[in-house]
Design a protein around this ligand. Structure first.
Ligand SMILES: [Zn+2]
Length: 475
């Protein structure tokens, strides 16, 4: 017996988009049939005529309730919590978010995870998981703790190869420690998520631009530059190439050099995957010069036209698998409080428009097929980061995380109409679709613009990366 049937839609199945009915029993997809085949078999029928039916979006990179370095203050403001961000996610068709569990102070990896899980329990409308984040010089016991975490379902570990700005000392993980963590991940079945910038080049450029009096944030692309991405990506890739079973997920790829490094390594059979951010696909360093240009910034930085072109090429040719937000949900006044190369806040409010924006930019503007679009906003993240086939796919046995994308009328982005920050970097953008319904594990969470779910609906997701994903560029 089915609880719900979604009928009449154009469903994006693993084999391609096709007219199909989807039957849901409990929290799972229980049947997929030809149009009309499941009619009358369920208590509720949802008419998806004229709409595209996709698996719920997965945003693999968000930061909820996260400290934002604040110029001149030791007490940092926090970004909005999962309660707010997950609501925005569901309105926009995203049903799963991956945030971070930061290992700081004297905490062990396990303690850091437990603390984060406590914070999120009953405070998130959608499903969620955490990348473990380690920073600074690591105690020699950390790689073993990481192996234990991977076995406990925390399949990815984030590390920085840079302090990012001179005032954020302590982020960078020394290369020897990265080596040890990669070895531990290779053995335990995890994947490394790397923020890769060459710290020497970045800090050199901070010194140089400060000396030259060019400290405005509009110069950010000169500091967090394409050479830095080239050197850091390739250095990490060479390190991983020396460790059997080492797999890499390159966070927020921003430059043509990064795309090339990933493409070359994939050509050599390296299991490496590229993430970029929606703002890197839609803006360049020229946009820093607009009024309130900080709203387009995320570290490393927006780059130039050729980088923009290479990132788009990567989404179409395999070097870039995922489009994330690097969500930092905060009021505009916080986003604007830094205006120098060394104090401008990174991250962006964008989890809500992400799916529809990427649909518009890929399917409508660039002629991508619906499968490519769904791969970029959902399926690939699921596969690479260990949620597949539970998430990211319309298939029998998968969680019934389902979104109806309505393409029958256009939608204009307005921060005032959305559920995250009081600004949007995409204000006034014309979108080709907007979700009319978002379902999480069989429960309708958002329908016709109203929230139906509860904060207790989101659950923590245990993740395990498939051996295939860790042994070759399988996605
Ligand atoms: Zn981030």
């Amino acid at each position: 017996m089915l609880d719900t049937v979604i009928t009449g839609g154009n469903a994006v199945l693993p084999t391609g988009a096709v007219a199909a009915d989807i039957g849901i029993a409990g929290d799972k997809i229980a049947a997929i049939g030809a149009p009309g085949q499941l009619a009358g078999l369920a208590g509720r029928t949802i008419d998806a005529s004229g709409q595209i039916v996709i698996p719920g979006g997965i945003d693999p990179h968000v930061h909820c309730r996260w400290p934002m370095p604040t110029p001149g203050q030791t007490q940092h403001n926090l970004t909005d919590g999962p309660d707010r961000v997950s609501q925005a996610a569901l309105f926009g068709g995203t049903t799963t978010m991956l945030d971070f569990a930061l290992v700081d102070g004297d905490n062990t990896v396990q303690q850091a995870i437990e603390r984060r899980q406590k914070e999120w329990a009953s405070d998130c409308y959608c499903d969620y998981g955490f990348h473990v984040m380690v920073q600074g010089a690591l105690e020699h016991t950390v790689p073993d703790q990481i192996a234990e975490a991977v076995q406990g379902g925390h399949a990815s570990v984030k590390m920085f190869t840079t302090d990012i700005t001179p005032s954020r000392k302590g982020r960078m993980v020394p290369f020897g420690s990265i080596w040890e963590v990669l070895k531990s991940l290779a053995k335990s079945g995890g994947i490394a998520a790397i923020h890769a910038e060459d710290n020497d080049i970045v800090m050199h450029m901070y010194d140089k631009l400060t000396r030259e009096g060019r400290t405005g944030f509009e110069n950010m692309a000169e500091v967090h530059n394409t050479l830095s991405e080239d050197l850091a990506f390739n250095r990490v890739i060479r390190l991983a190439a020396n460790i059997e079973g080492s797999a890499l997920y390159m966070l927020h790829t921003s430059a043509a050099t990064g795309v090339r490094a990933i493409a070359t390594a994939r050509g050599n059979g390296t299991p490496i995957y590229g993430e970029t951010l929606h703002q890197y696909l839609m803006y360049t360093a020229e946009d820093y010069k607009k009024p309130n240009g900080q709203i387009y910034h995320t570290y490393p930085s927006l780059k130039y036209a050729e980088d923009h072109a290479a990132l788009w090429g990567g989404t179409n040719h395999g070097a870039i698998q995922c489009v994330a937000t690097d969500e930092i949900c905060c009021p505009l006044k916080y986003k604007l409080q830094g205006n120098r190369i060394d104090d401008t806040t990174g991250g962006n409010a964008g989890v809500e428009p992400r799916v529809s924006l990427i649909y518009t930019e890929t399917v409508e503007k660039r002629g991508y097929d619906l499968t490519q679009f769904v791969n970029l906003v959902s399926t690939n993240a699921s596969k690479i980061l260990g949620l597949y086939p539970r998430k990211g796919v319309l298939a029998v046995g998968s969680d019934a995380d389902i979104v109806l994308l309505d393409t029958r009328q256009r939608h204009t982005v307005r921060a005032a109409d959305m559920h995250e920050a009081d600004y949007s970097p995409w204000e006034d953008r014309d979108l080709a679709c907007w979700p009319s319904l978002t379902m999480l594990r069989g429960k309708v969470m958002v329908e016709s613009g109203s929230l139906k779910g509860a904060l207790s609906d989101g659950t923590f997701l245990s993740r395990k990366v498939a051996d295939e994903v860790r042994s070759r560029p399988a996605v």
